[in-house]
Ligand binder design. Sequence first.
Ligand code: ZN
Ligand code: ZN
Length: 387
Amino acid sequence: MTETTSSGLRRINWVTTLFLLLTPLVGLIWGAIHISTMGVGLSELAVFAFYVCATGFSITTGYHRLFAHGAYECSRIVKVFYLLFGAAAFQHSVLSWCSDHRRHHKYLDHDQDPYSITRGFFWAHMGWLLVTDHKKAEDFSNIPDLVADPWIRWQHQFYVPIAVLMGFVMPFGIGYAVGHPWGFVLWAGLFRVVLVHHSTFLVNSLAHTIGRRPYLRAISARDSIVTAFLTFGEGYHNFHHRFATDYRNGVGRAAWDPTKWLIRGLEMMGLAWDLRCVSTERIVAAQLGCDSERLSERVKGHPEQALAHLRERFAEMAASVQRAATALSKREREFAEARKQWGRDRSAQLTALRAELRAARLEMRAARVRWRAVVAELLSGSVALSA
Ligand SMILES: [Zn+2]
Ligand SMILES: [Zn+2]
């Protein structure tokens, strides 16, 4: 064996590599045999669905938006749920996951980003996990807030037994109680682990490859509804990298972001609070900034005199959009404040504020339609540059 080959082999993180290769492989072979002989039971599908949601959301709602970004506060019971089912997702402890993730945000698209897309799709997806490079020395200096939490330290210390217990032993136990122990291990253990793994991995690979960049153009992170569907709503990644502490990723009211809906549901049940939300004003300013850059690129090289007209139209439109955004932000703040102070009793006042909020939203929507039309017109070049 040459020296290069042996040092290459030493770089491989064998435990993780074997786990990531064997889980789909064994799942495929065992799954084919199990399904062809026993079929698919409804109870197996039900426990599979529960486990996909419990572990998948513990990563997106818990590991990511709560622990890594502090996008909201929640009760101890919810945190413990995340710690237990997050471990069952087999993506390492909160400390390890969040330390890597904060580095990803801080050094995005640079060498110190552990899963930088600049090293290729496969590296960002799972290649970085197969080698020991970034794990030579565990450095948690970028997550002092998490290290200070005794529950999080406990999960880190006992990560492997918790993961095995919650991820495989528990499905076996529940299955044993209903007479399908191995079917439950196959569905809620093996199939689910593989599915949730690759769903999370897509946030580092696909979300940095396909989609649009409406909030920040200088980075690889992109917004795509396709990625959002595959990742529990984490696919609005350009927005997320621009406004990382916002509890939403899909900021539009209809955007596919089940993680955001779950956080809001927890808030309604009194289990989550202090949801951090960037104002519409700042979001619109970021979008206008990107549009302005796009337009500047589009018209580069045209005579200065001809560009004055375009700039004037863009500035006019931007001012009216900003006015609508400022008014909407004000109404949103007032409404949120009123809800906090008055509770649900003062429904008449809340109803009045809600009507004002709705009017401000309609005005913003109309401004957005005009904005899109003007930008499309300017970018398409249909505006006569000589005008
Ligand atoms: Zn990212
Ligand atoms: Zn993040």
